[in-house]
Design a binder for this molecule. Sequence first.
Ligand code: ZN
Length: 323
Amino acid sequence: MFDRMRRAVLAGLIGVSLAAAMAVAPAAAQEKKLAVVATTGMIADAVRQVGGERVEVRALMGPGVDPHVYRQTRSDIAAMARADAVFWHGLYLEAQLEEFFHDLAKRKPVVALAESLPKDRLLPNDDYQNRYDPHVWMNPRLWRGVVAAARDALIGLDPDGRAVFEANAERHFTEIDALADYADKALATVPEASRVLITAHDAFNYFGRAYGFEVLGIQGISTESEAGLRQIEDLVGVLVDRKIGAIFIESSVSDRNVKALIEGAAAKGHKVTIGGELFSDAMGAPGTYEGTYIGMIDHNATVIARALGGEAPEKGLNGRLGS
Ligand code: ZN
């Protein structure tokens, strides 16, 4: 009796799962998208631009997340276990994830896109000897190489998609080139003496090299120590001597240091304003223009040019900033 019941239940279960299998059969017959996990928003954007409809991308780090200190969460680990491949930036940007990725690379494709860039185009790292400055996205002409690396890696993973990936990459290169030309032009209108960028941390060295700006960071300055006060005084001197009208904030910068600089300059009869907030290591909100690589850099170039006495359209290269 019991056995017969169990058999009936089992048969019922098998019937249900067969029906379920048949219901999903048509979908399963379709091509399955390549599942990719990417670390930063910028890396995710490069993979989305090239991958198009053939790739499903999940970014681990959203707006405002600092990749230098990010550690994988439980759900990140689960997503990476399910993914066909993991794309990261490399060059020690995701310093806390390195070990995890090197280990994961024994089990699935794990690609550090920025590490494919020619080393002679990289800057040294201010904080770590024998390492490179990872902030290459600040120069669109360098970022092109990262997009090319994404294309090559996707072709390796999904050879049937080659034509699609190549066409998508070409289209995105055209956008990146237009962005690079726009940034060249807009930033060249900033008076030479004012080409000084005072920001929160050292993310802008590639930007500085590409556009001839001196980059001075105010991160880690303690206004309570004598060294900190002297450093603030030095920066105030730069602002006053070179008549720099604006300094920039990132979400991570301490307001106190920014205020100390503005007040110090005011005491010497020079007016400094906050030129705006820049995107350094993360993009804007998903679904917005600034939530794309193009929008992020368009924003930075436009805000910097306008705040430092140059000329650029308020809405940027594509008329989409802030919309
Ligand atoms: Zn950084």
